[in-house]
Design a protein around this ligand. Structure first.
Ligand SMILES: [Zn+2]
Ligand SMILES: [Zn+2]
Length: 176
């Protein structure tokens, strides 16, 4: 899987948005602040309660795409996400590497977020298949992931969940 392209790394932003803990009313502002390297420098990161709600809705759609079990469902949900994106691609080398950005640089932060997430997720799905997206197999975890492994063998959202599950399986075997 070509993981060097912006398209592939932007999907990580989508996954992190889908997995963000939204119990705190200020979650979106905190999420934007901890991912501010995705946005044009100087973009105000404040969101109104209505915009925070929209960011949460975007997170839900990303999650729904990852959870979908048929290609028809994936397409319907992906198109729902793309419908709220406002792509205006442009080329940049702001980090030293020539690559494409999807949102116009002067767009409000919510538009930059939604567009980057929608385009990043869609690129991976159309280029590498929707089976690359999944939900963590660990007990008590329902985080979603994108599988960038060569043989598409990933089952857990993180190394933490993978090793926790390995230990649990080992203990279960010891008991029997
Ligand atoms: Zn960039
Ligand atoms: Zn997990």
């Amino acid at each position: 899987m070509d993981y060097d392209t912006y398209g592939s790394t932007a999907v990580e932003l989508a996954i992190e948005l889908a997995n963000a803990d939204r119990s705190d009313p200020e979650w979106a502002r905190r999420f934007l602040a901890s991912h501010d390297d995705w946005f044009t420098p100087g973009t105000p990161l404040e969101l109104s309660p209505g915009e925070t709600h929209k960011a949460g809705a975007t997170a839900e759609i990303v999650r729904a795409v990852a959870l979908a079990e048929t290609q028809d469902d994936v397409l319907a949900r992906l198109n729902q996400l793309l419908a709220i994106a406002r792509p205006r691609p442009y080329a940049t080398d702001h980090d030293g590497e020539l690559h494409l950005h999807y949102a116009r640089p002067d767009a409000p932060v919510l538009e930059q977020l939604t567009t980057t997430v929608a385009m990043g997720l869609s690129q991976v799905v159309v280029q590498h298949g929707w089976q690359r997206l999944g939900v963590c197999s660990a007990e008590n975890c329902d985080d979603v992931y994108v599988d960038t492994s060569r043989n598409a063998s990933r089952r857990y959202c993180s190394n933490t969940c993978a090793s926790r599950s390995t230990v649990a399986a080992y203990r279960a075997r010891q008991k029997t």
